[in-house]
Design a protein around this ligand. Structure first.
Ligand code: ADP
Ligand code: MG
Length: 728
């Protein structure tokens, strides 16, 4: 047994980093070479087709079959020149990963040979036999029909020998079975609503984009060690493992020099990402040992999200070429930091204005405060939903623990913006109107433009204003950002619509425009005050305070999901046209089911490991101690033998007690699972897995981790934290 561990550890040390072929060209020369972007569209499409496609991308103009045929033809020509032999519709089912089914371009030519063919029909729509994807009952298996439909707003790209076409995935009856379809609807809703509000300040705005800049955290683990940890392999996290004596106490990893083998991996990842048009910019060591982060320059939200999903796939593949496995789980290791995916989010106009950035004039700053206030109100109204949008079985380990945002959504604004809001809130209406007439004094004029780089930071806030954007930090490292982004954009769209309705009423009653804006803002700022919190979000006092403020403090993930079915949520999603009640219900079924399955798999893996790794090893070590005790008795007089064996007897007893508890708990776990599995309702089943099964995993782990400390290191087959976290 000891051989295995030493063998893999040695293998880890011996592993030579894969050689990275660095292109002689500069990144700017090969950036997006594998993407059918506008440059290639222009080159490969007839002029008319090009302008029709661009019109469709920019303005949502409908594409007819004829145009689609012409686009397909150009795309095929480019792809074949690039060496592609296959194409696939690439979509994002509710599994949180991506899905693809490859088809070759070949067709019979009627003369016994083959030709390369790709039609507009195949580009626009396909019907994958996708009956096994989660659908929450929307699509019965017997009709097994789900369609993928081309999303022209995200450009096709080539990975390996396959042309990938980003698509939405919907049911036969039109309900979304994925993340992309509702995300696109939410982006459209926020575009419309924000354009209307922009018109109070600048009538020339005709489009508002939602931007996303994600920061992806991850761990790298040596592949040999990973292979010797069935729990990592099957669940993505360690279900057992005693803390390493040294982990992140010295804070020596954060921003430290990047280890050679890791930098080789990063370099190759960057080259491949740049070829795919993903604008990676930042790379660094994170807080925990073997934890790293990468971030691109922000992009339009739908594209940014496709790029995030794409990069997660690239990371998994490229890591293996360097003898690593990448861990995207939110909490692979107990006792050290988990991984998140900060979603930096903002809105910006087609006239080049970032709506959540202060400007030069009082009017710009009123626009800035207007958008900030509307975002705050949306986040306040839907704080429970936003939490639900980032919740999962795996992210639950991170939320509420000490290093990450707690399971309460609040927003940090920094002193300057807070001061302006307070001023607005506390000015009485006489002053207020007067100030408005005199050119918006009220501090609004004085918000310095420099704010963007100067905002104070609060690392404990789950939704922090950072100068020209909000940073939604609670998103999990493994998540599809679309879940959070569609909820946020839709909620903001709803609020902007309400703002406009209130404005229109006041203007119709003869109120001057800016005075009306100030009046609505003043009311909204008061109403949403509870969401603003600049203190320490990790403190226990905050939990009490948040409860008093009426913010959602639920910590059980299955119950957090209930927020999707609250009246206010259904109303919000329906009024913005993003999702209807039936779809929300179906998606919640999927969420509860996924939650149950994740814990179920963990319970099985832990049970197996406890029975066929831990107990046998502990018992073997215990036997060697017993053997020693007997030999002592042969060797020495009884008194002396007893004295010399006293400590070993303690260990023998300790092991006996713990192995008994472990065995009993594993038996209980199996029984508890049988009971839970019989529960019909997905919600109730998930609750049972949360309330009953999950705590049992923790109890079993506790005793296993204690055994790890006493059992002979040579016998312990599972690589330990000190190896997993420090070998690189
Ligand atoms: P931090 O200081 O939070 O670590 P980084 O520079 O690492 O910031 O990353 C911040 C991310 O936010 C990057 O992806 C960046 O492009 C993005 N970002 C910057 N400005 C905006 C904005 N206005 N809207 C959306 N994302 C933005
Ligand atoms: Mg950040």
């Amino acid at each position: 047994m000891s051989k295995l561990r030493f063998r893999v550890v040695e293998a880890a040390f011996k592993k030579k980093p894969a050689e990275v072929k660095i292109p002689v060209e500069r990144p700017s020369e090969y950036f997006a070479m594998n993407v059918f972007n506008r440059e290639k569209m222009f080159k490969y499409l007839p002029e008319k087709t090009f302008s029709q496609l661009v019109d469709s991308i920019d303005n949502g103009a409908l594409l007819n079959r004829e145009i689609a045929d012409a686009v397909a033809n150009g795309m095929k020509k480019w792809a074949i020149e690039m060496g592609a032999t296959h194409y696939t519709h690439w979509f994002h089912p509710l599994t949180e990963g991506t899905a693809e089914k490859h088809d070759a371009f070949v067709e019979h030519d009627g003369k016994g040979g083959m030709i390369e063919k790709f039609s507009g029909k195949l580009l626009i729509q396909q019907e994958p036999d996708a009956s096994s994807f989660p659908n929450g009952g929307i699509r019965n298996t017997f009709e097994a029909r789900g369609y993928t439909a081309w999303d022209p707003s995200s450009p096709a790209f080539i990975v390996g020998d396959t042309l990938h076409i980003p698509t939405i995935f919907i049911s036969y009856t039109g309900e979304p079975l994925d993340y992309k379809a509702p995300l696109l609807k939410a982006l459209e809703a926020v575009n419309k609503a924000a354009v209307d509000v922009c018109h109070y300040f600048d009538p020339s705005v005709s489009k508002v984009f939602s931007y996303l800049g994600w920061e992806q955290e991850y761990f790298l683990v040596d592949e040999g060690l990973y292979a010797a940890r069935p729990d990592l392999l099957l669940t993505g996290r360690t279900l057992m493992g005693h803390e390493s004596s040294k982990n992140q106490q010295l804070e020596d990893h954060y921003f430290g020099a990047i280890p050679t083998r890791v930098i080789e991996f990063m370099r190759e990842l960057e080259i491949e990402a740049w070829k795919l048009g993903i604008p990676l910019k930042t790379r660094h060591n994170e807080v925990a040992p073997n934890q790293f982060e990468l971030a691109p320059i922000f992009e339009e939200c739908n594209l940014a999200n496709d790029h995030n999903l794409l990069i997660m796939g690239l990371m998994r593949n490229i890591a293996r070429q360097h003898g690593f496995r990448v861990l995207l789980h939110e909490k692979p290791f107990k006792g050290v930091n988990g991984s998140g995916k900060h979603n930096n989010w903002s809105l910006g106009t087609d006239t080049g204005v970032l709506l959540m950035a202060p400007g030069k004039t009082p009017e710009d700053n009123l626009r800035f405060i207007t958008f900030v206030s509307n975002v705050l109100k949306a986040v306040y109204k839907h704080n429970a939903l936003l939490k639900a949008s980032i919740s999962s079985a795996s992210n639950a380990h991170r939320l509420g623990a000490n290093e990450a945002p707690p399971a309460i959504i609040s927003s940090f604004l920094g002193t300057q913006v807070s001061a302006v809001l307070e001023r607005l809130e506390n000015t009485d209406s006489e002053d207020f109107i007067l100030a408005a007439k005199q050119g918006l004094k009220l501090d609004i004029a004085r918000i310095p433009e420099l704010l963007i780089d100067n905002t104070d930071r609060n690392r404990t806030s789950p939704f922090a204003f950072t100068g020209n954007r909000f940073e939604f930090r609670a998103v999990g490292s493994e998540a599809n950002c679309a879940s959070a982004m569609l909820a946020l954009n839709a909620a903001v769209a709803e609020q902007l619509k309400e703002f406009k309705a209130e404005m229109d009423e006041k203007i119709a009653a003869g109120k001057e425009k800016f005075a009306a804006i100030l009046e609505v803002l003043r009311k909204d700022i008061k109403e949403s005050k509870a969401i603003r919190f600049d203190g320490n979000g990790y403190g226990d006092e905050w939990k009490e305070e948040a409860k008093r403020r009426g913010l959602d403090c639920e910590t059980s993930v299955p119950l957090i999901f209930d927020a999707y079915l609250k009246d206010s949520t259904i109303k919000m999603f329906e009024s913005t046209g993003v999702m209807n009640h039936k779809e929300l219900e179906a998606r919640n079924e999927v969420k509860w089911e996924m939650y149950t399955k994740k814990i179920q798999i963990e319970a099985r893996v832990l049970g197996d490991l406890a029975m066929n790794h831990i107990i046998p090893i502990a018992t073997r070590y215990q036997s060697s101690l017993i053997d020693n005790v007997y030999k002592m008795r042969n060797l020495f007089p009884a008194d002396k033998a007893e004295k010399l064996s006293a400590k070993n007897l303690e260990i023998i007893e300790d092991i006996a007690e713990r192995t008994i508890i472990i065995k009993e708990k594993v038996d209980e776990l199996v029984e508890a699972r049988k009971v839970a599995n019989k529960i019909e309702s997905e919600r109730d089943k998930a609750i049972a897995y949360h309330d009953v099964i999950y705590p049992m995993l923790e109890e079993i782990r506790y005793h296993i981790d204690k055994l790890e400390l006493v059992v002979d290191n040579e016998m312990w087959t599972l690589p330990k934290y000190r190896e997993l976290l420090f070998i690189r």
